[in-house]
Ligand binder design. Structure first.
Ligand code: FES
Ligand code: FES
Length: 212
């Protein structure tokens, strides 16, 4: 065997070994990805008044638990990064982005989704107002907008200030307050004026132009 052939063989062996390393790595990675079942965690939630007992990968977001495990697909996944508000649900009376929260963090919590606010036969006043004011076009952001809007009126009623509040002792309804508080809910169809009109309608406040 010549030094030349040895070198060539060494090279070939080296190349084969190098090619095998990523293949081996991938083969080893697969079982890791599929070992999820071994680490499932029991999670108990009360969703729209009904108890749910789930076995979840502890990395499951609340959004995925609702959509993929409880099949409550009214709550939408927009960005999955806390930037659009499409996934807004109400947890223990406070609105949150469910894509930013792990389901295991909500053991025992009461959660309201768009399906729990009203039904087609018995709409929540906010749902009715969004329809009568055309507060949507494609509708993708709408469940999050409506859940947020319901919580916004409760926040104002409870005297919780926002960045737009001038007098911290007197938190009052205004379009400016609502715009600020709804700023985490993005609507790519830009139905914003009609969304504000719907929220104002439910709040019982007359449009600004009628007050003049
Ligand atoms: Fe949660 Fe966009 S999907 S904020
Ligand atoms: Fe289309 Fe809001 S209605 S994104």
């Amino acid at each position: 065997m010549t030094a030349k052939s040895l070198t060539r063989r060494s090279l070939l062996q080296g190349s084969t070994a190098a090619a095998a390393i990523p293949a081996l790595g991938a083969a080893q990675a697969l079982p890791v990805r599929h070992k999820e079942g071994a680490s499932m965690t029991p999670v108990g939630l009360t969703v729209n008044g009904r108890e749910a007992h789930l076995q979840l990968d502890p990395r499951t977001t609340l959004l995925d638990a609702l959509r993929e495990h409880l099949h409550l697909t009214g709550t939408k996944k927009g960005c999955d990064h806390g930037q659009c508000g499409a996934c807004t649900v109400i947890v223990e009376g406070r609105r949150i982005n469910s894509c930013l929260s792990l389901a295991v963090m909500h053991e025992g919590d009461h959660i309201t989704t768009i399906e729990g606010l009203g039904t087609p036969e018995r709409l929540h006043p906010m749902q009715r107002a969004f329809i009568s004011h055309d507060g949507y076009q494609c509708g993708y952001c709408t469940p999050g907008q409506i859940c947020s809007a319901v919580a916004v009126l409760e926040e104002i009623e409870a005297g919780i200030p926002s960045h737009a509040t001038d007098d911290l002792d007197r938190v009052a309804f205004s379009d400016r307050e609502v715009r600020e508080r709804m700023s985490g809910n993005i609507c790519r169809c830009a139905a914003y004026p009609n969304i504000i009109a719907a929220i104002r309608d439910v709040s019982g406040h007359a449009p600004a132009e009628q007050k003049a």
